[in-house]
Design a binder for this molecule. Structure first.
Ligand code: FES
Length: 647
């Protein structure tokens, strides 16, 4: 008998195997990840694959059915009891009879979009840190004095190859009863990504335990977002968010640091608040997914440096002042129980590494998700909040900085500004001739001018302008000549339009002449200029470090990026010139990065290694930052050309 050629999709890995080899064994030998809990007993159903039908000309296969063994008794029994979906086979039972193309189903498809603009769908290859392993343990024998735990370990080594196993101490007193309850058949959860290189038994159940979950969580200053995922199928079974209750101690990051400095119990109170919110959120995603929180065995967190410290119970005071020292910059691991996360007693917490004192584990998550270092194009990745985290690079070099944009982009410091919520104006156009505005409000799905507005807005009403609309209205004011390149509202326009109104010694633009009256003042324009200049100067500094005049692609991470129209961001000069088709919103990229690290432990090594290579630039220490900032106050910029805007 000659060997058969087997090709695994989507990885494309291939090899030749003797006829009769189980498909699962072939996958193992090629390093193709196929889940298995029962160890090939045809009981867990986790090893399912499909055999491709169709055009096999490329692979010289005519009909796959002759090339794989027919369903045998064990597989038939599984199908009868649990049901095999159409076209699926158990790879532990199906044997290779001839050349084959095998599809390994990938259930984790992350849609990175959060708000409205669709970004890319992606598939995360599964290689979770936790693996469930069913074993049959030898019964005790008076002639062999080995303990129950030791026989369990021996069985795990024999059947699954786990050497040097350690066990979580809380399980030791339960080993005997679990073995007996399972009649010597038990499932162990093995965690193979602990600080020690030795694998760890972190869970033990009688009989076949066929499900384990993990959570990926992004702790933001204003919102906490979480996914609940099956570690076995990779499927996301619940996703939810909640506001960060620390807001009651301070709106922004620095006010929370001050709260810690001023109040002896401040740190503790904020740690308690965020952990409670995380626990509540776990309850919420578990309810959504119909999952018991005790089945959560692993977790990955990302956060900005101050949230990172507060969540882990670390005093963030050092982060509030130069030189902005992190207590720990590398990836951190805990028992979830030790930081009061209420899930399985054996569950772990993995926190991604921080890049610098102002560029946190959330930026590391976004970097892992978007992967500037995995490709050759010069990629600019920005996450705009009260601080903009900026990453610029490609496969040869990545640099990072943070820039103090302040809260203007979020609608704070703007006279009619508000957070994105129903009633907020989100889109604005200004007629360049009449200077009359048209706008769209969140919750009302149509454009309207002032007259038709009341009717269009219906019960939603209008309350203010959100961040994306502030960018648009200032850009539109610039495009229609209401403001000059240096940002001054032109008072001479008042003669031409009733929309330009005096306001002390400056002028304002009357965006809405109703109740409430909404104006864009000279101060508002100034606040946006300062914010965008800080962002642009930070970006420009990184471009200088990289020695590039342009970037190839731009990715906007975070909620702000999902709302903003790239064209207006460029008109105002928030971002450098770039082909607009290559400017994309990627949603909560930090959360996607956490999900990747949860489902594939290789991604943890990847980001740990990447972060050590990222060069951190401290904007405050760069002598030309001030000049770049001044140049960036102009629209779109005093010195830099924007050829893509002319198109
Ligand atoms: Fe469990 Fe195949 S490995 S059914």
């Amino acid at each position: 008998d000659k060997d058969a050629l087997v090709l695994f999709m989507p990885s494309g890995k291939r090899g030749r195997f003797p006829v009769g080899t189980p498909v699962l064994d072939a996958a193992r030998q090629l390093g193709v990840y196929v889940e298995s809990v029962c160890g090939g007993r045809a009981t867990c159903g986790r090893c399912q694959i499909t055999v491709q039908e169709g055009n096999f000309a490329k692979h010289q296969i005519v009909s796959s059915n002759d090339h794989i063994s027919p369903i045998g008794p064990k597989e038939e029994r599984y199908d009868r009891v649990r049901g095999l979906p159409e076209g699926r086979r158990l790879s532990c039972s199906a044997q290779i009879l001839g050349d084959l193309v095998v599809d390994v189903p990938q259930d984790t498809v992350v849609n990175a979009q959060v708000v409205r603009k669709a970004a890319t769908d992606r598939v995360i290859e599964r290689k979770a840190a936790v693996q469930l392993c069913f074993v049959e343990v030898e019964e005790p024998d008076m002639h062999k004095p080995l303990g129950d735990l030791d026989r369990l370990k021996a069985a795990l080594e024999k059947e699954w190859g786990w050497k040097d196993l350690l066990i979580a101490p809380h399980l030791i007193p339960q080993v005997q009863s679990i073995l007996r309850k399972g009649e010597w058949g038990v499932t162990a959860a093995i965690h193979r990504d602990m600080d020690s290189s030795r694998p760890f038994i972190v869970g033990l159940w009688p009989g076949l335990k066929n499900e384990a979950y993990g959570i990926a969580c992004d702790i933001g200053s204003t919102t906490i977002a979480m996914h609940l995922v099956s570690l076995l199928s990779g499927r996301i079974v619940g996703s939810s968010g909640t506001s960060n209750p620390q807001i009651r101690f301070g709106e922004d990051l620095m006010s929370r640091v001050s709260y810690v400095m001023m109040n002896p119990d401040g740190r503790e109170a904020m740690t308690k608040a965020v952990r409670e919110a995380v626990n509540d959120l776990i309850g919420k995603v578990c309810e959504e997914g119909g999952v018991n929180r005790d089945d959560i065995l692993d977790s990955v967190f990302v956060a900005n440096p101050i949230m990172h410290h507060l969540f882990l119970g670390i005093d963030p005071t050092e982060l509030g002042q130069a030189p902005f020292a992190l207590a720990a910059s590398g990836a951190l691991q805990y028992w979830a129980h030790d930081i009061e996360i209420n899930v399985n007693r054996g569950a772990r917490v993995y926190m991604l590494p921080c890049i610098a004192g102002h560029v946190g584990a959330d930026a590391a998550g976004a970097t892992l998700s978007e992967g500037p270092y995995r490709q050759d194009e010069m990629m600019l990745l920005v996450d705009v909040g009260t601080n903009a985290e900026i990453i610029l690079g490609n496969s040869s070099r990545v640099v990072a900085a943070s820039s103090p944009t302040g809260p203007a982009f979020e609608g704070a410091e703007i006279s009619a500004g508000q957070r994105a919520a129903p009633g907020a104006i989100e889109r604005v156009r200004i007629d360049p001739v009449t200077l009359e505005p048209r706008f769209r409000v969140i919750g009302v799905d149509k454009w309207s001018d002032e007259e038709g507005f009341e009717e269009a807005a219906g019960s939603v009403g209008v309350t203010g302008i959100c961040g994306s609309a502030i960018i648009e209205v200032v850009a539109e004011m610039y495009l229609s000549g209401i403001i000059s390149e240096d940002g001054m509202i032109d008072g001479a326009m008042a003669a031409k339009s009733h929309r330009i109104i005096p306001n002390g010694r400056t002028f304002s633009y009357l965006l809405r002449d109703g109740e409430p009256r909404i104006t864009v003042t000279q101060n508002d324009v100034r606040a946006i200029q300062l914010a965008k200049a800080a962002l642009y100067a930070g970006i420009k500094l990184l471009m200088e470090k990289q020695g590039v005049e342009t970037v190839d692609t731009i990715r906007f991470a975070g909620a702000f990026g999902s709302f903003i129209d790239p064209k207006y961001a460029m008109v105002l000069g928030l971002i450098p010139d770039c082909d607009l088709a290559k400017v994309k919103a990627v949603g909560n990229a930090a959360g996607t990065g956490a999900l990747m690290a949860l489902l594939n432990r290789d991604h943890r090594r990847e980001i740990e290694e990447t972060v050590t290579r990222i060069e951190k630039i401290e904007t405050a220490l760069e002598s030309n930052f001030q000049q770049l900032f001044v140049n960036a106050m102009a629209m779109p910029n005093k010195v830099d050309p924007f050829p893509n805007l002319a198109k």
